[in-house]
Design a binder for this molecule. Structure first.
Ligand SMILES: NC(=O)c1ccc[n+]([C@@H]2O[C@H](COP(=O)([O-])OP(=O)(O)OC[C@H]3O[C@@H](n4cnc5c(N)ncnc54)[C@H](OP(=O)(O)O)[C@@H]3O)[C@@H](O)[C@H]2O)c1
Length: 303
Protein backbone atom coordinates (compact mmCIF):
# COMPACT_ATOMS: atom_id res chain seq x y z
CA UNK A 1 0.00 0.00 0.00
CA UNK A 2 1.04 3.58 -0.58
CA UNK A 3 2.82 5.68 2.03
CA UNK A 4 1.11 8.89 3.12
CA UNK A 5 3.14 11.62 4.83
CA UNK A 6 0.96 13.99 6.89
CA UNK A 7 2.21 17.35 8.15
CA UNK A 8 0.34 18.51 11.25
CA UNK A 9 -0.85 14.91 11.55
CA UNK A 10 -0.75 15.18 15.35
CA UNK A 11 -3.69 17.62 15.29
CA UNK A 12 -7.46 17.35 15.48
CA UNK A 13 -8.05 16.25 11.87
CA UNK A 14 -4.70 14.51 11.39
CA UNK A 15 -5.12 12.09 14.28
CA UNK A 16 -8.43 10.77 12.99
CA UNK A 17 -7.30 10.77 9.36
CA UNK A 18 -4.14 8.81 10.27
CA UNK A 19 -6.23 6.22 12.07
CA UNK A 20 -8.61 5.84 9.14
CA UNK A 21 -5.77 5.56 6.64
CA UNK A 22 -4.07 2.87 8.74
CA UNK A 23 -7.36 0.96 8.98
CA UNK A 24 -7.42 0.97 5.18
CA UNK A 25 -3.90 -0.48 5.08
CA UNK A 26 -1.92 2.64 4.15
CA UNK A 27 1.48 3.32 5.68
CA UNK A 28 1.19 6.59 7.55
CA UNK A 29 4.12 8.86 8.41
CA UNK A 30 3.78 12.08 10.36
CA UNK A 31 5.90 15.17 10.03
CA UNK A 32 5.91 16.97 13.36
CA UNK A 33 7.86 19.73 15.08
CA UNK A 34 8.08 17.36 18.01
CA UNK A 35 8.96 13.81 17.01
CA UNK A 36 8.70 12.52 20.58
CA UNK A 37 4.95 12.25 20.01
CA UNK A 38 3.71 8.83 18.95
CA UNK A 39 5.63 5.97 17.42
CA UNK A 40 9.17 7.07 16.52
CA UNK A 41 9.31 4.82 13.47
CA UNK A 42 6.49 6.70 11.84
CA UNK A 43 6.98 10.21 13.23
CA UNK A 44 9.60 12.38 11.56
CA UNK A 45 10.91 15.73 12.63
CA UNK A 46 10.92 19.06 10.91
CA UNK A 47 11.82 22.54 11.96
CA UNK A 48 10.16 24.88 9.48
CA UNK A 49 11.79 27.94 11.10
CA UNK A 50 15.21 26.51 10.22
CA UNK A 51 14.11 24.98 6.89
CA UNK A 52 14.96 21.54 8.25
CA UNK A 53 13.13 18.33 7.36
CA UNK A 54 14.24 14.75 7.92
CA UNK A 55 14.90 13.74 4.31
CA UNK A 56 13.80 10.15 4.81
CA UNK A 57 10.23 11.32 5.47
CA UNK A 58 10.06 12.97 2.05
CA UNK A 59 11.85 10.13 0.26
CA UNK A 60 9.43 7.52 1.63
CA UNK A 61 6.27 9.47 0.71
CA UNK A 62 3.98 8.54 -2.17
CA UNK A 63 1.49 11.22 -1.13
CA UNK A 64 1.81 14.28 1.10
CA UNK A 65 -1.16 15.66 3.01
CA UNK A 66 -0.37 19.16 4.29
CA UNK A 67 -2.44 19.95 7.37
CA UNK A 68 0.13 21.90 9.40
CA UNK A 69 -0.74 25.39 10.50
CA UNK A 70 -1.01 27.51 13.64
CA UNK A 71 -4.60 27.49 14.94
CA UNK A 72 -6.64 30.24 13.30
CA UNK A 73 -9.10 30.68 16.16
CA UNK A 74 -6.78 29.86 19.05
CA UNK A 75 -5.31 33.25 19.93
CA UNK A 76 -5.79 36.98 19.37
CA UNK A 77 -4.84 38.09 15.89
CA UNK A 78 -1.90 40.30 16.77
CA UNK A 79 0.43 41.23 13.90
CA UNK A 80 2.81 38.49 15.04
CA UNK A 81 0.04 35.89 15.26
CA UNK A 82 -1.22 36.77 11.79
CA UNK A 83 2.29 36.31 10.41
CA UNK A 84 2.50 32.92 12.09
CA UNK A 85 -0.92 31.85 10.72
CA UNK A 86 0.42 32.60 7.25
CA UNK A 87 4.00 31.34 7.53
CA UNK A 88 3.05 28.07 9.28
CA UNK A 89 1.01 27.16 6.19
CA UNK A 90 2.80 28.81 3.29
CA UNK A 91 6.48 28.66 4.26
CA UNK A 92 6.00 25.04 5.30
CA UNK A 93 4.44 24.29 1.92
CA UNK A 94 7.33 25.98 0.12
CA UNK A 95 9.77 23.98 2.23
CA UNK A 96 8.02 20.73 1.30
CA UNK A 97 8.15 21.69 -2.37
CA UNK A 98 11.87 22.44 -2.17
CA UNK A 99 12.59 19.14 -0.40
CA UNK A 100 10.52 17.13 -2.87
CA UNK A 101 12.40 18.74 -5.76
CA UNK A 102 15.82 18.26 -4.18
CA UNK A 103 15.21 14.61 -3.30
CA UNK A 104 13.70 13.77 -6.70
CA UNK A 105 10.76 12.09 -4.93
CA UNK A 106 8.06 11.05 -7.38
CA UNK A 107 4.96 12.11 -5.50
CA UNK A 108 1.67 10.74 -6.77
CA UNK A 109 -0.24 13.70 -5.34
CA UNK A 110 0.01 16.65 -2.98
CA UNK A 111 -3.11 17.32 -0.95
CA UNK A 112 -3.42 20.51 1.07
CA UNK A 113 -5.93 21.70 3.61
CA UNK A 114 -7.59 25.01 2.85
CA UNK A 115 -10.69 26.62 4.28
CA UNK A 116 -14.10 27.91 3.23
CA UNK A 117 -12.66 31.16 4.57
CA UNK A 118 -11.37 31.39 0.96
CA UNK A 119 -14.71 33.02 0.07
CA UNK A 120 -14.44 35.68 2.77
CA UNK A 121 -17.02 36.01 5.50
CA UNK A 122 -20.12 37.47 3.88
CA UNK A 123 -23.54 37.23 5.48
CA UNK A 124 -25.83 36.98 2.46
CA UNK A 125 -27.88 34.44 0.53
CA UNK A 126 -25.25 34.21 -2.23
CA UNK A 127 -23.98 30.67 -2.76
CA UNK A 128 -20.22 30.37 -3.27
CA UNK A 129 -18.60 27.64 -5.31
CA UNK A 130 -15.05 26.67 -6.27
CA UNK A 131 -14.92 29.07 -9.23
CA UNK A 132 -15.38 32.12 -6.99
CA UNK A 133 -12.50 34.48 -6.26
CA UNK A 134 -11.02 34.76 -2.75
CA UNK A 135 -12.56 37.21 -0.28
CA UNK A 136 -10.78 40.40 0.68
CA UNK A 137 -10.55 39.75 4.42
CA UNK A 138 -7.60 38.30 6.35
CA UNK A 139 -8.69 34.66 6.15
CA UNK A 140 -9.58 35.02 2.46
CA UNK A 141 -6.03 36.23 1.89
CA UNK A 142 -4.52 33.43 4.00
CA UNK A 143 -6.40 30.85 1.91
CA UNK A 144 -5.37 32.51 -1.36
CA UNK A 145 -1.69 32.40 -0.39
CA UNK A 146 -2.05 28.87 1.03
CA UNK A 147 -3.55 27.48 -2.18
CA UNK A 148 -1.09 29.42 -4.33
CA UNK A 149 1.80 27.78 -2.49
CA UNK A 150 0.22 24.35 -3.05
CA UNK A 151 -0.17 25.15 -6.76
CA UNK A 152 3.61 25.02 -7.17
CA UNK A 153 3.26 21.23 -6.95
CA UNK A 154 0.62 21.26 -9.70
CA UNK A 155 2.82 23.49 -11.87
CA UNK A 156 5.64 20.97 -11.52
CA UNK A 157 3.33 18.19 -12.80
CA UNK A 158 2.24 16.69 -9.47
CA UNK A 159 -1.52 16.21 -9.05
CA UNK A 160 -2.62 18.72 -6.41
CA UNK A 161 -5.86 18.85 -4.46
CA UNK A 162 -6.93 21.63 -2.09
CA UNK A 163 -9.65 20.84 0.42
CA UNK A 164 -11.65 23.96 1.37
CA UNK A 165 -12.89 22.78 4.71
CA UNK A 166 -15.91 24.01 6.66
CA UNK A 167 -16.31 23.83 10.47
CA UNK A 168 -15.30 20.27 11.31
CA UNK A 169 -17.64 18.51 13.72
CA UNK A 170 -16.30 15.84 16.06
CA UNK A 171 -17.11 14.57 19.52
CA UNK A 172 -14.21 16.47 21.04
CA UNK A 173 -12.21 19.49 19.97
CA UNK A 174 -12.51 21.98 17.15
CA UNK A 175 -14.98 24.85 17.04
CA UNK A 176 -17.89 22.64 18.09
CA UNK A 177 -16.18 21.98 21.43
CA UNK A 178 -16.57 25.67 22.23
CA UNK A 179 -20.06 26.02 20.76
CA UNK A 180 -21.23 23.22 22.99
CA UNK A 181 -19.95 25.04 26.04
CA UNK A 182 -22.58 27.78 25.76
CA UNK A 183 -25.33 25.24 25.13
CA UNK A 184 -24.28 23.09 28.08
CA UNK A 185 -24.22 26.19 30.29
CA UNK A 186 -27.87 26.65 29.32
CA UNK A 187 -27.17 29.88 27.41
CA UNK A 188 -27.20 28.40 23.92
CA UNK A 189 -28.19 31.04 21.42
CA UNK A 190 -27.37 32.31 17.99
CA UNK A 191 -24.15 34.22 17.64
CA UNK A 192 -24.66 37.82 16.55
CA UNK A 193 -27.46 38.14 14.00
CA UNK A 194 -27.65 34.35 13.59
CA UNK A 195 -28.23 34.92 9.85
CA UNK A 196 -24.65 34.06 8.89
CA UNK A 197 -24.17 30.63 7.34
CA UNK A 198 -22.07 28.01 9.12
CA UNK A 199 -20.72 25.60 6.49
CA UNK A 200 -19.89 22.45 8.43
CA UNK A 201 -18.72 18.87 7.83
CA UNK A 202 -18.62 15.76 10.01
CA UNK A 203 -15.01 14.65 10.67
CA UNK A 204 -15.84 11.25 9.20
CA UNK A 205 -16.91 12.78 5.87
CA UNK A 206 -13.88 15.06 5.80
CA UNK A 207 -11.53 12.08 6.23
CA UNK A 208 -13.41 10.21 3.51
CA UNK A 209 -12.90 13.17 1.18
CA UNK A 210 -9.15 13.20 1.92
CA UNK A 211 -9.03 9.46 1.18
CA UNK A 212 -10.97 10.06 -2.02
CA UNK A 213 -8.41 12.73 -2.97
CA UNK A 214 -5.68 10.10 -2.61
CA UNK A 215 -7.47 7.39 -4.53
CA UNK A 216 -9.30 9.29 -7.25
CA UNK A 217 -6.71 10.30 -9.85
CA UNK A 218 -9.24 12.54 -11.58
CA UNK A 219 -9.40 14.84 -8.54
CA UNK A 220 -7.30 17.99 -8.72
CA UNK A 221 -7.74 21.67 -7.93
CA UNK A 222 -9.98 23.09 -5.20
CA UNK A 223 -12.87 21.23 -3.61
CA UNK A 224 -15.29 22.44 -0.98
CA UNK A 225 -15.57 19.98 1.90
CA UNK A 226 -18.89 21.04 3.42
CA UNK A 227 -22.12 19.16 4.02
CA UNK A 228 -24.77 19.78 1.36
CA UNK A 229 -27.24 21.29 3.85
CA UNK A 230 -27.12 25.10 4.05
CA UNK A 231 -27.60 26.13 7.64
CA UNK A 232 -27.53 29.51 9.33
CA UNK A 233 -25.89 29.96 12.70
CA UNK A 234 -29.33 30.36 14.34
CA UNK A 235 -30.46 27.01 12.88
CA UNK A 236 -27.13 25.45 13.80
CA UNK A 237 -27.32 26.50 17.45
CA UNK A 238 -31.00 25.61 17.72
CA UNK A 239 -30.30 22.10 16.36
CA UNK A 240 -27.35 21.69 18.72
CA UNK A 241 -29.50 22.69 21.72
CA UNK A 242 -32.27 20.29 20.61
CA UNK A 243 -29.90 17.34 20.22
CA UNK A 244 -28.31 18.07 23.61
CA UNK A 245 -31.80 18.61 25.11
CA UNK A 246 -30.89 22.07 26.33
CA UNK A 247 -32.73 25.40 26.05
CA UNK A 248 -32.23 27.70 23.09
CA UNK A 249 -32.61 31.47 23.34
CA UNK A 250 -33.38 33.91 20.59
CA UNK A 251 -32.68 36.81 20.30
CA UNK A 252 -29.06 36.09 21.06
CA UNK A 253 -27.41 36.51 24.44
CA UNK A 254 -25.30 39.69 24.41
CA UNK A 255 -22.34 39.43 22.10
CA UNK A 256 -19.88 40.37 24.89
CA UNK A 257 -20.78 37.09 26.65
CA UNK A 258 -20.16 35.17 23.43
CA UNK A 259 -16.86 37.01 22.98
CA UNK A 260 -15.84 36.10 26.52
CA UNK A 261 -16.46 32.43 25.81
CA UNK A 262 -15.26 32.17 22.22
CA UNK A 263 -12.49 34.75 22.18
CA UNK A 264 -11.24 35.26 18.61
CA UNK A 265 -13.32 32.34 17.46
CA UNK A 266 -16.45 34.48 17.90
CA UNK A 267 -15.24 36.74 15.09
CA UNK A 268 -14.94 33.74 12.80
CA UNK A 269 -18.39 32.52 13.78
CA UNK A 270 -20.09 35.94 13.69
CA UNK A 271 -19.98 36.16 9.91
CA UNK A 272 -20.05 33.37 7.39
CA UNK A 273 -20.71 32.60 3.76
CA UNK A 274 -23.03 30.06 2.18
CA UNK A 275 -20.85 27.45 0.50
CA UNK A 276 -21.86 24.82 -2.05
CA UNK A 277 -21.10 21.09 -1.92
CA UNK A 278 -22.28 20.60 -5.53
CA UNK A 279 -18.84 19.86 -7.01
CA UNK A 280 -18.03 16.94 -4.72
CA UNK A 281 -21.63 15.67 -5.00
CA UNK A 282 -21.41 15.79 -8.80
CA UNK A 283 -18.20 13.76 -8.59
CA UNK A 284 -20.26 11.02 -6.96
CA UNK A 285 -19.27 11.49 -3.32
CA UNK A 286 -22.02 10.32 -0.98
CA UNK A 287 -22.05 12.06 2.39
CA UNK A 288 -22.41 9.79 5.39
CA UNK A 289 -23.78 12.79 7.30
CA UNK A 290 -25.56 15.16 4.91
CA UNK A 291 -27.73 16.83 7.57
CA UNK A 292 -26.77 18.48 10.84
CA UNK A 293 -29.34 16.81 13.09
CA UNK A 294 -28.06 13.32 12.25
CA UNK A 295 -24.42 14.39 12.36
CA UNK A 296 -24.89 15.75 15.88
CA UNK A 297 -26.92 12.74 16.99
CA UNK A 298 -24.10 10.50 15.78
CA UNK A 299 -21.61 12.49 17.85
CA UNK A 300 -23.62 13.02 21.02
CA UNK A 301 -26.35 10.46 21.40
CA UNK A 302 -24.58 7.27 20.31
CA UNK A 303 -22.26 5.33 22.55
N1 LIG B 1 -10.66 22.01 12.26
C1 LIG B 1 -11.39 22.75 11.42
O1 LIG B 1 -12.61 22.99 11.64
C2 LIG B 1 -10.75 23.29 10.15
C3 LIG B 1 -11.54 24.00 9.24
C4 LIG B 1 -10.95 24.52 8.10
C5 LIG B 1 -9.60 24.30 7.84
N2 LIG B 1 -8.86 23.60 8.74
C6 LIG B 1 -7.42 23.44 8.48
O2 LIG B 1 -7.04 22.08 8.49
C7 LIG B 1 -5.72 21.95 9.04
C8 LIG B 1 -5.74 20.97 10.19
O3 LIG B 1 -6.70 21.44 11.13
P1 LIG B 1 -6.76 20.89 12.63
O4 LIG B 1 -8.04 21.35 13.19
O5 LIG B 1 -6.39 19.45 12.65
O6 LIG B 1 -5.58 21.75 13.28
P2 LIG B 1 -4.78 21.48 14.66
O7 LIG B 1 -5.48 20.53 15.54
O8 LIG B 1 -4.49 22.85 15.22
O9 LIG B 1 -3.43 20.79 14.17
C9 LIG B 1 -2.55 21.44 13.30
C10 LIG B 1 -1.17 20.84 13.44
O10 LIG B 1 -0.28 21.75 12.78
C11 LIG B 1 0.97 21.76 13.44
N3 LIG B 1 1.31 23.16 13.74
C12 LIG B 1 0.76 23.98 14.67
N4 LIG B 1 1.39 25.17 14.68
C13 LIG B 1 2.37 25.08 13.75
C14 LIG B 1 3.39 25.98 13.32
N5 LIG B 1 3.52 27.19 13.84
N6 LIG B 1 4.23 25.56 12.35
C15 LIG B 1 4.12 24.31 11.80
N7 LIG B 1 3.20 23.42 12.19
C16 LIG B 1 2.33 23.80 13.16
C17 LIG B 1 0.85 20.97 14.74
O11 LIG B 1 1.58 19.74 14.58
P3 LIG B 1 3.00 19.49 15.32
O12 LIG B 1 2.90 20.13 16.67
O13 LIG B 1 3.09 17.99 15.39
O14 LIG B 1 4.05 20.09 14.46
C18 LIG B 1 -0.65 20.71 14.86
O15 LIG B 1 -0.93 19.45 15.40
C19 LIG B 1 -5.29 23.36 9.49
O16 LIG B 1 -4.43 23.91 8.54
C20 LIG B 1 -6.59 24.11 9.57
O17 LIG B 1 -6.46 25.50 9.33
C21 LIG B 1 -9.39 23.09 9.89
Amino acid sequence: MATILITGGTGFIGRHLSMKLKEKGYNVLLLSRNSSRGNRHSVYNWNPDKNEVENEAIERADFIIHLAGAGIGDKRWTKKRKELIISSRIKTCELLFKKVQESGTELKAFISASGVGWYGAETSERIFNETDQPGGDFIGDVCRQWEKSADRFQESGIRTVKIRTGIVLAKKGGALGRMILTVKLGIGSAIGSGRQYNPWIHLEDLCNIYIRAIEDKSMSGSWNAVAPEYITNKEFMRTLARVLQKPFFFPAVPSFVIRLIFGRMSGILLYGSRVSADKILSAGYKFKFPDLENALKDLFTKR
